[in-house]
Ligand binder design. Structure first.
Ligand code: CP3
Length: 344
């Protein structure tokens, strides 16, 4: 049976006359209604763990813009918390976590099989959304990829070059590999339960894949995503997977097959023309307007949006930004992007 949902059709490799569209961080601080609900929740984590409010912010960009997909409102760092790490957010700075750099700290983590003890509010959010989303809107669940999640668990915060994670990988491979394994196993449990609750598509965010080079890229970006994808496909063969190894550059080639993913999402470090020739041949692709256009708008936004749509019009494509929209974006520019994609 062919689904009517445009995102699912593109993920099933259909070339559509108009690419479906959604946007990373579409529920976020550029929207006044998001800021109001976040204030009501008190802080970001309380928002993530309040199913009614998390569902509300997930729905806000769907109501305002009619995106083709909604992405569950949560965060990739909830899984480390479910594994026993302390997690808090410093306003204006970002996440902070207790760190894992020794065998004892690794051993003190909770078993991957137990992450659902902590994550049940997230599944509640998905159940609410399954009821409330318009029938044409696809619900995307997600998790961070093991490498990206590990970079935060090792450093205890975001880092420009992921140096602490690279250092642990080089100095204590057993602890590093053990951490990647426990995140991989926990992620399989987390995403399986998201699917059981109603997520129709899964996206894996490997935001820091770009700092893995040589054999490390294969071993720590691709291999964990392949393992997670294989486990999900074995249990839920009908659920499409989008993999986003951000910053992969010329390593984006052949990744559909290497990961087993239905769609490869790409950032704006590669051109849509190059992606059409080198990545879209393997299946659906998602991307890649630079998110800075959501701040600057105007003719450059329109011209670049058209260029991307044209370049990828010969195969399955989901339009998106190259990375998340930023808090300084103008909501009117989002509408201009959507009108350009849908109106030509
Ligand atoms: O709308 C959506 O895209 C869904 C929700 C979502 C959030 N984070 C909400 C959020 C998703 C899919 C994420 C993924 C995420 N979280 C990633 C991978 C994607 C990427 O951006 O590379 C990463 C690395 C994180 C970790 C994280 N969460 C950081 C580094 C930060 C601080 C930076 C920032 O933008 O403030 C967050 C906070 C966060 N996650 C916010 C939102 C809306 C802002 C928090 C706030 O409201 O104060």
């Amino acid at each position: 049976m062919t689904s009517q949902k445009t995102i699912l059709r593109a993920l099933a490799r259909e070339t559509l006359p108009t690419p479906p569209i959604w946007m990373m961080r579409q529920a976020g601080r550029y929207l006044p209604e998001y800021k109001a609900t976040r204030a009501q929740a008190g802080d970001f984590l309380s928002l993530c763990y309040s199913p009614d409010l998390a569902a509300e912010v997930t729905l806000q960009p769907i109501r305002r813009y009619g995106f083709d997909a909604a992405i569950l409102f949560a965060d990739i760092l909830l899984l480390p918390q479910a594994l026993g790490a302390d997690l808090w957010f410093v306003t204006g700075e970002g996440p902070r976590l207790s760190t894992i750099t020794t065998a004892d700290e690794l051993a003190a983590l909770k078993p991957a099989a137990d992450v659902n003890d902590h994550l049940s509010p997230i599944y509640e959010t998905i159940k609410i959304l399954s009821k409330e989303l318009p029938s044409e809107t696809t619900l995307i669940g997600f998790a961070g990829s093991p490498w990206t999640v590990a970079t935060y668990m090792i450093a205890g915060q975001g880092t420009p070059d992921q140096a602490p994670a690279h250092a642990l990988k080089d100095e204590n491979r057993a602890v590093f590999d053990g951490l990647i394994d426990v995140i991989t196993e926990g992620t399989i449990v987390y995403l399986s339960t998201q699917i059981e609750a109603g997520a129709e598509v899964i996206k894996l965010f490997d935001s820091w894949a770009g700092s893995l080079h040589g054999d490390d890229f294969q071993r720590y970006s691709i291999e964990p995503m392949r393992k997670i994808t294989a486990a999900l496909k074995a249990a839920y063969p009908h659920v499409p997977i989008i993999a986003f190894p951000r910053g992969a550059g010329d390593k984006y080639t052949d990744l559909h097959a290497a990961i087993g993913a239905d769609c490869i999402a790409f950032d704006d470090g590669v051109s849509a023309d190059w992606v059409a020739k080198n990545v879209q041949t393997g299946g659906c692709v998602q991307g890649n307007l630079a998110s800075s256009h959501m701040v600057t708008g105007g003719n450059a936004l329109v011209a670049e949006t058209r260029k991307i749509v044209d370049a990828l019009s010969g195969g399955p494509h989901i339009f998106n930004l190259g990375h998340g929209i930023t808090p300084d974006a103008d909501p009117a520019n989002v509408q201009l992007m959507i009108d350009t994609v849908r109106g030509g």
